[in-house]
Design a protein around this ligand. Structure first.
Ligand code: 3HC
Length: 285
């Protein structure tokens, strides 16, 4: 399968990552089917898309009619069977191996054998996810960054059995969405989260151990190293539950240097998950 053969794109999961991926695919001209398990999640996904498209129109990155056409190209569903004629599917469900494998089993039953199946996993093994399907050569990682409509990079992850054609197509597809790519082997956290998660955890520990206040840690890193957000602010942006999940996988696979910060676990236990719950390290309106 080549880029020209891809007309219809499926996205499994209408959460932050899934709806962002659906939006950028539709804005690039693909017909998109966005599926989640309940209608309320599909509707919430469309709300995010409407808001994001509105922001892109407000800063002249899209015209109103381009945004409307993109929106019209996205079909929402709760039925996985509606993805049966998709040429490429990106899975963006919760970071749980059992859940992802079950989605992949269903996709293998539902989609044609030539359909490319991508996972947006941030840290889990592509090879293990692919092991439950009869077409592991067509499985790869396409790791988008949050917020998907704004971030320029997509990490292309190579599983043990990912075919060369699938990889070429993965890069070409991401580039067609206006993204730039890099390639990572199927090792825990790939490139981005392997390096980013310890950075965030060290920022949290520095705060917990009294090195500086939260805002000074974030200012130190933004002003001192030219990143757009410091570690605590970025943790809130990503979601503390997502950071903890990723950190725990890395810790399990790579040992103590990846141990999650104690304060991160305490915040997640308290339900303070960052921007999405109105409080994390900082408070949000
Ligand atoms: N859709 C459309 N536009 C959006 C948007 C969205 N979802 N989110 C932000 N924007 C736009 C805003 O409208 C704004 O446009 P303007 O400058 O013309 O007003 C612009 O982006 C900047 O937004 P804000 O003014 O709200 O705030 P910032 O200047 O702080 O930018 C940010 C927001 C783009 C998120 C920036 O802070 C940033 O780049 N932060 C770092 C994000 C990052 O590192 N992401 C990767 C995380 S790691 C990851 O995702 C991997 C995973 O596996 C954990």
């Amino acid at each position: 399968m080549q880029l020209d053969d891809i007309d219809r794109v499926g996205v499994v999961g209408a959460g932050t990552m899934g709806n962002g991926i659906a939006q950028v695919a539709a804005a690039s001209g693909y017909d998109v089917v966005m599926r989640d398990v309940e209608q309320q999640f599909v509707s919430a996904g469309f709300d995010d898309i409407d808001e994001s498209l509105g922001r892109l129109v407000a800063r002249d990155e899209l015209t109103r009619s381009e945004a409307d056409r993109a929106r019209d190209r996205i079909e929402g569903t709760t039925d996985l069977a509606d993805l049966s004629d998709c040429d490429l599917v990106v899975e963006a469900v919760t970071e749980d191996m059992d859940v992802k494998q079950s989605v992949f089993e269903d996709l293998a039953d539902t989609c044609r054998t030539e359909t490319v199946l991508a996972t947006n996993t941030s840290t889990l093994s592509i090879t293990t996810i692919a092991s439950v399907v009869d077409r592991a050569e067509r499985v790869l990682g396409l790791h988008f960054m949050n917020p998907v409509p704004v971030m320029k990079g997509v990490e292309v992850v190579v599983g043990e059995k990912t075919g060369a054609d699938t990889l070429t197509l993965g890069h070409a597809f991401a580039k067609d969405l206006g993204k730039e790519t890099w390639e990572a082997d199927d090792k825990p956290g790939f490139v981005v989260n392997r390096v980013l998660m310890p950075w965030i955890n060290e920022g949290i520990r520095a705060y917990d151990e009294g090195v500086a206040g939260m805002a000074d840690i974030d200012r130190g890193l933004t002003l001192g190293t030219n990143v757009p957000m410091g570690p605590l602010e970025l943790a809130d942006h990503i979601g503390l539950d997502v950071v903890l999940d990723a950190s725990e996988t890395l810790h399990e696979e790579l040992g103590d240097r990846y141990k999650p910060a104690y304060l991160l676990k305490r915040k997640v236990a308290a339900g303070d998950l960052g921007k999405k719950t109105g409080a994390g390290f900082y408070e949000y309106d």
